[in-house]
Design a protein. Structure first.
Length: 280
């Protein structure tokens, strides 16, 4: 069950990231981030209140969920900007290297993946590294590519922090973990939008579309947090981190981004690693 939930979450994340990345090429990233976070918050807050689920009994769980939300929004902000200025098929796999954080946390907490699963995790990590290799046409593109890689690495740390920080509170309440993780960053992102007053603003139709992307992202977040309550953190974290596979495929089909041979090998390794983890 945990494996299926994590893989589904990865597919949803890959789709939402691709759509948000496209939007970030037309609209200022803070606005995209605010709409994505706000759209997801509206849905999950409604569900949480309607369910009547009790709030956390432990303050540390609430604080951990808030911390996870802040780490996640930092990751998304850097990630969306990287998608806007870089090549999606390069940026997305690099962002998944944050899978190393939950793996380490899982092992420290006592998780012991099988030999097959461990080999799968290694294949996934190697795969995303190979998928990140790219040559640039000119100096300007190379500079943008380097900036995108740095932002993607920062987002990797943030995503890894999100997985780790939301693991414990999710055991107490999945709904409240998601709600707090979504609500906590909203004032910060709104303040950034007000301070920057970005000129690139969406039309009403585009704004609604971006907010809808937030519900897809919410579905992914919900699925991976639920998966964490049913399986090993190390396995769920890496499988959930395989969202770049979907993003790379969408970029190839929709944007006609071309993958070099090493990148193709990386995608195959990542897919093989997912199969190995599932088998283990």
């Amino acid at each position: 069950m945990a494996i299926a939930l994590a893989i589904t979450a990865a597919a949803c994340w890959g789709l939402s990231d691709f759509l948000a990345g496209l939007a970030s090429r037309r609209v200022a990233v803070p606005i995209v981030l605010l709409l994505v976070e706000g759209g997801g918050l509206l849905v999950v807050a409604t569900i949480t209140v309607a369910s009547g689920e009790p709030f956390f009994t432990e303050t540390r769980d609430a604080l951990s969920a808030i911390g996870g939300g802040l780490a996640g929004v930092l990751a998304l902000g850097c990630f969306y900007r990287a998608l806007a200025i870089g090549t999606m098929s390069v940026v997305a796999p690099i962002s998944a290297t944050g899978a190393a954080l939950p793996v380490v946390a899982g092992v420290i907490s006592g998780d012991r993946p099988s030999l097959i699963a461990a080999a799968g995790l290694a294949a996934i990590v190697i795969g995303v590294v190979l998928a990140s290799r790219q040559e640039h046409a000119d100096a300007e593109a190379a500079a943008a590519g380097r900036t995108a890689i740095v932002l993607a690495l920062i987002s990797a740390v943030g995503f890894g922090g999100f997985f780790v920080l939301t693991n414990a509170p999710a055991d107490a309440s999945v709904l409240w973990t998601i709600t707090l993780a979504r609500a906590a960053p909203i004032p910060l992102v709104a303040a950034v939008v007000l301070a920057q007053r970005p000129r690139a603003r969406p039309s009403r139709r585009l704004a609604l579309g971006i907010a809808a992307v937030g519900t897809i992202d919410l579905a992914a977040t919900s699925l991976v947090i639920l998966a964490n309550t049913k399986g090993d953190l190390s396995v769920v974290g890496v499988l959930g981190g395989m969202y770049p596979v979907a993003t790379v495929l969408l970029a190839a089909v929709v944007l006609h981004e071309r993958l070099a041979r090493l990148q193709q090998v990386g995608v195959v390794l990542a897919l093989g690693g997912i199969a190995a983890v599932a088998a283990g």
